[in-house]
Design a protein around this ligand. Structure first.
Ligand code: NAD
Length: 407
């Protein structure tokens, strides 16, 4: 797989060719403000000591405190964390929140850790980084394989070290520990607001045929939200494979089926399909909601969706992006489509600092207009420059950062 940071820099080069932002400004964005590598010694349950490698990348804080999740994964390494920090910077700028971009991680297979070992690792990550973190400096959040419980341990450890009682140093906490209402569905819900705003402009019908890859937090919630709104979800998949049902899948029943059998396959009235077949189904809307680099040079030519909405981070490679653009298949980019998650994280931070607790209704009433506004502006930017929605989103983000940098 390509180095994700090189991919990110290739995107930066591309936008710099479409719009002249000035060489100095682009040079400022080629490296993070700081990339911090730490070692975390953890006492294992059998009494031995294991040393883990951890990271915090503070990419850019022009718009506000660094913001971005912490990933626990065996393949996590500094270039991935740098790329994700760069994209977080753009995502916050696109959404119009006063936050910068950052990301963190630990190279670890979380399945190999007991709960106690995971707690010691998470507290260790904070102990090594407490000097650089803080509600007004750097505010982490969950990402792949990190949970509200882990955020609770981390917030607690930070409070013990610094005396901070607000909990605003970290978001994605459990509801009874300062978490925000609506956070668990905010990514999918935000994606739906973006889709609703752009649907007619992009020529989609009232009732769309929808295909979703991934049936985890984002994919399952998306399937639920789109079907409740009257669209027809005809195929979904997870890591084991997918199912197809031409007249539409009952998502609630499917979630029960998966809970009972551990898999999507064999769902009543459906046929089993592979993840590759799923990507190639004729539909109005294809939603990758699983992992990065799934739409590639090898399969982009076979995609028959009218539109791709990226709820996953980085599901389309730069080469596939070009192919889809030439085929006139608009891709609604991740930094817009899945930004509902970070906006509600920002709401959590805001509520913690103000010592407030907003209802779910209030949270979504605030989220909706922000994403509608961002979607319209990005469409406008893309049309003005006769480019893709991704480049439109980059242009909007970079204009906002550049303007603030100038002061
Ligand atoms: P998750 O772990 O809850 O779900 C991932 C799903 O993808 C699972 O159903 C898994 O079975 C499936 N999957 C894994 N490998 C697959 C494969 N090869 N083919 C098809 N399906 C596969 O994760 P999530 O929180 O739903 O996140 C999904 C994506 O959305 C990730 O790219 C993540 O970075 C992005 N994202 C999530 C949030 C959030 O709020 N959770 C916010 C922004 C972006």
């Amino acid at each position: 797989m390509q180095n994700p940071f090189q991919n990110a820099m290739a995107q930066l080069d591309k936008v710099a060719k479409i719009k002249d932002f000035g060489d100095e400004f682009i040079a400022c964005l080629r490296q993070p403000d700081r990339d911090i590598r730490i070692t975390i010694p953890v006492k294992m349950d059998d009494g031995s000591m294991k040393v883990f490698e951890g990271y915090r990348v503070e990419y850019n804080n022009t718009l506000g405190p660094y913001k971005g999740g912490i990933r626990y994964h065996p393949n996590t390494e500094i270039n991935e964390v740098k790329a994700l920090g760069f994209w977080m910077m753009l995502k916050c700028a696109v959404a119009g929140i006063p936050m910068g971009g950052g990301k963190g991680g630990v190279t670890v297979e979380p399945k190999d850790l007991s709960k106690k070992e995971s707690e010691r690792l998470s507290r260790g990550w904070i102990q090594k980084l407490s000097d650089v973190l803080g509600p007004y400096k750097d505010v982490p959040a969950p990402d792949v394989n990190t949970t509200p419980e882990i955020m609770e341990w981390m917030a607690d450890e930070y409070g013990k070290i610094t005396g901070d009682k607000t909990g605003a140093v970290i978001t994605g906490k459990p509801l009874d520990k300062g978490g925000s209402e609506g956070r668990n569905i905010s990514t999918a819900q935000g994606g739906f607001y973006v889709f609703e705003t752009l649907r007619r402009e992009l020529g989609l019908p009232e009732k769309c045929k929808v295909v979703i890859q991934g049936f985890g937090n984002v994919g399952n919630n998306a399937a639920d939200i789109w079907s409740k709104a009257g669209h027809v979800v005809i195929a979904v998949s997870d890591s084991k494979g997918g199912i197809y049902k031409a007249d539409g899948i009952d998502i609630k029943k499917l979630a029960e089926h998966k809970k009972n059998t551990g898999s999507l396959s064999g769902f009543e009235g459906s046929s089993n399909i592979t993840n590759q077949e799923l990507l190639e189904i004729e539909c109005d809307l294809l939603i990758p909601a699983a992992f990065e680099n799934v739409v590639t040079e090898a399969n982009a030519g076979k995609i028959k969706a009218k539109i791709v909405l990226e709820l996953a981070n980085g599901p389309t490679t730069p080469e596939a992006d070009e192919i889809l653009f030439k085929k006139n298949i608009p891709v609604i980019p991740d930094i817009l489509a899945n930004s509902g998650g970070v906006v509600v994280s920002y709401f959590e931070w805001d509520q913690n600092l103000k010592q407030e607790h907003w209802s779910e209704k209030e949270v979504f009433e605030k989220l909706r207009p922000m994403l509608e506004d961002a979607s319209k502006k990005i469409l406008e930017k893309a049309r003005e420059a006769n480019t893709s929605l991704r480049m439109g989103a980059f242009i909007l983000a970079l204009e906002r950062i550049k303007e603030k940098m100038r002061g």
